[in-house]
Design a protein around this ligand. Structure first.
Ligand SMILES: [Zn+2]
Length: 351
């Protein structure tokens, strides 16, 4: 965010001299992560368990280590807001897509991290629209939040952002990760977060990733849950799609076999969480089968098992073929804000 890692430039790669120490830190973090994972599992982030919400934000991505960040966030049941740099999204659209698939919210952090207050109105307009387009084209999601680089803003920039449907969000707490803060300093800074507040962190910083398990342990101990940032107020609120539905998930009903078909596929939904759910599909009438399944946008399938999947150009229609693992396959779908839709089985054919 600031000078040390300004713009899309990435932090320096780890230095060999630090390698041994970093391994020790990683080992410690892995233990902390495992312990926190259990704690999180014991208190799922449903509304009942949350006294309030905070907005965890990660700026300047996507970077070469976005996937590592997403892994840590997923392992700790964290949904966060990623303020992306448009140029980075254009250069790495699959990483931006991975953010959304992992349940993150994507937002606008300018095209190339310039000092926008020195731009004129039309330059601002062009910068923010180009960034919106890159993010929308990579992820299918139109950003609703904007954070100016360095937190530098003025009334012209705010009105340009507003005209593009973007709510400006600065931060309440600065983790100082951009400034070389240690893991414990980042954790300590995050412990100041109060209900509704937003913290500044960055993609591409190892200490930030290592701090997440402890940040989550602290938030859990205070009944604070990671939330989304409201585009209307700029404050952290309960995520869309949370809490999980209070009514039982719909049970599957057999599909009508297509004319000349030869198998029947039945879907059930054995696991539903706040942000994703599992679908289990059982095929009857064939051991060599092909099942076509469609999900409703913005939902996305992000993991599958016991079959060989392929996808149409939209990414919303999956063709699953038997792979010798039996007659039941499954997949995990990210709700991405739509908690009610469930996949439709379009066909089941033999061969
Ligand atoms: Zn930044």
């Amino acid at each position: 965010m600031f000078a040390s890692i300004s713009g899309p430039r990435r932090p320096s790669p780890p230095r060999a001299a630090r390698h041994a120490r970093r391994l020790a830190v990683l080992a410690t973090a892995a233990v902390a992560l495992a312990a926190t994972g259990l704690a999180v599992a014991a208190t799922p982030s449903s509304a009942a368990a949350c006294n309030g919400y905070v907005g965890l934000t990660f700026d300047d991505g996507p970077t070469g280590s976005t996937n590592a960040l997403l892994s840590v966030l997923r392992a700790n049941n964290v949904r966060a807001t990623m303020f992306n740099v448009g140029q980075n999204v254009q250069g790495n659209p699959s990483a931006a897509r991975a953010q959304v698939d992992a349940g993150m919210w994507v937002a606008n952090h300018s095209w190339n991290h310039a000092h926008m207050t020195s731009m004129n109105q039309s330059q601002m307009q062009s910068d923010l629209s180009q960034t919106n387009s890159a993010i929308q084209s990579a992820t299918g999601v139109r950003p609703q939040l904007f954070r100016p680089p360095y937190g530098e803003t003025n009334s012209t920039l705010q009105s340009v952002a507003a005209s593009l449907g973007l709510r400006q969000v600065i931060w309440d707490v600065d983790s100082q990760d951009w400034n070389g803060a240690s893991v414990s300093q980042i954790v300590s800074n995050a412990s100041r977060l109060q209900d509704g507040q937003v913290i500044l962190m960055h993609d591409g910083i190892q200490n930030t990733r290592d701090a997440i398990p402890q940040i989550m342990a602290n938030l859990n101990s205070r009944g604070l849950c990671p939330g989304m940032i409201s585009p209307s107020t700029g404050r952290a609120v309960a995520p869309d799609g949370t809490p999980p539905p209070t009514t039982p998930p719909p049970t599957g009903s057999p599909t009508t076999p297509p004319p000349g078909g030869g198998c029947t596929a039945t879907a059930t939904f054995p696991n539903v969480w706040g942000d994703r759910y599992n679908t289990s599909v059982t095929v009857q009438g064939a051991s060599n089968w092909t099942v076509v399944v469609a999900v409703t946008a913005p939902q996305r399938i992000n993991t599958t098992w016991n079959g060989t999947p392929s996808w149409d150009s939209t990414g919303y229609v999956m063709t699953m073929r038997s792979n010798g693992s039996g007659n039941t396959f499954g997949f995990t779908t990210m709700m991405n804000g739509n908690s009610s839709a469930r996949p439709q089985i379009r066909s089941c054919t033999t061969g």
